[in-house]
Write a protein that binds this ligand. Structure first.
Ligand code: NAD
Length: 308
């Protein structure tokens, strides 16, 4: 029998992900609170139903792809007036949350699902809207080995690299740790290019040296923040994302939250969070996160820096 999937949250990521599940032969019932998201998903070809209740009541698997942890927990638990997804679903339904949320929220969501008699995985993704459309996302999964084995074919319909990271919350843990490396390394690469400019070093010369030396990293060799050396990087198209500065600020906020709840002394992560928060709140926050280099360059003509 075909696995019946409810897909809640048909936004930039969820719409194309739901479509890829349908293309792989699954029976999908999608729902979103936003009429605009519903319209876009329907135009893509996603089967959209009239309510979350209708999508979830007969589902074997419930995917959520929502903005934040508070949305996931609210959707799971509902309100006194309207029952949550956990109350609507049949016993033993597998709940998979692919939103990027705090590790603590992911564990809470997982505990709530298990307490209600269901199964649960956290399965955040990387790869952005391009990966969502092309079914090349990376999935980082937390939860039991059995539930992972059940869900793996679904992840394969939407992604390319799928890693079971361990128990509940550890998919989100892998995501925040990776993105903290990425945020810090993009700032490092950008500061190095601006310093090189001040010293009279061309972008090409610095790239040719660092990309073949110990400075090599994804922020330099794939998402290079200056136009030229890597023609496919967002810097070559006016910093159109890519991975938006607002999403990087969100993920660094989650990393900082996790560091403070676990007592990690992580000044680099905390500073990267402050730097990207300011970028996200500024006029260029909609740009790719590599646009941070322009802010660093602009600020380099004045003495003021974060922290003084
Ligand atoms: P989005 O805002 O485009 O979509 C989220 C959708 O959830 C919205 O359409 C909203 O109306 C809907 N929604 C909220 N509460 C709901 C509910 N109770 N029931 C049904 N629908 C509900 O966001 P997105 O870009 O698709 O991102 C979704 C998640 O994926 C976020 O957590 C984000 O951090 C993460 N993510 C995004 C990207 C990216 O490049 N966009 C990449 C990786 C991870």
């Amino acid at each position: 029998m075909t696995t019946a999937i409810a897909f809640l949250g048909l936004g930039h990521m969820g719409g194309p992900m739901a479509l890829n599940l349908m293309k792989a032969g699954y029976s999908v019932s999608g729902f979103d609170l936003s009429p605009a998201a519903v319209e876009t998903a329907r135009a893509l070809g996603v089967n959209v139903v009239a309510s979350a209740q209708e999508a979830v009541a007969t589902a074997d698997v419930v995917f959520t792809m929502l903005p934040m942890g508070s949305h996931v927990i609210a959707a799971y638990t509902g309100t006194p007036e309207s029952p949550g997804l956990l109350a609507i679903a049949r016993p033993g339904t597998l709940f998979i949350d692919s939103s990027t949320i705090a590790v603590d929220d992911a564990r809470t969501a997982n505990d709530l699902a298990i307490a209600a008699g269901h199964r649960a995985l956290d399965a955040p993704v990387s790869g952005g809207t391009v990966g969502a459309a092309a079914a090349t996302l990376a999935f980082m999964v937390g939860g039991s080995a059995d539930d992972f084995a059940t869900a793996n074919p679904l992840f394969e319909a939407m992604g390319k690299r799928i890693v079971h990271c361990g128990g509940p919350g550890l998919g989100q843990a892998a995501k925040v740790c990776n993105n903290m490396i990425l945020g810090i390394s993009m700032i490092a690469v950008s500061e190095a290019f601006v310093l090189g400019e001040k010293l009279g070093l061309s972008h090409e010369a610095l790239y040719d040296v660092a990309s073949n030396a110990s400075g090599a990293c994804w922020a330099l060799t794939t998402n290079c923040p200056v136009p030229g050396p890597v023609p496919t990087s967002p810097a070559n198209r006016d910093y159109a994302p890519g991975f938006g500065g607002i999403l990087m600020a969100k993920d660094l906020g989650l990393a900082t939250e996790a560091m403070s709840s676990t007592g990690v002394d992580g000044p680099m992560g905390a500073l990267a969070n402050a730097i990207f928060r300011r970028f996200a709140d500024g006029e260029n926050g909609g740009q790719d996160f590599s646009g941070i280099i322009n802010e660093i360059r602009d600020r380099s003509s004045v003495a003021e820096t974060i922290g003084n």
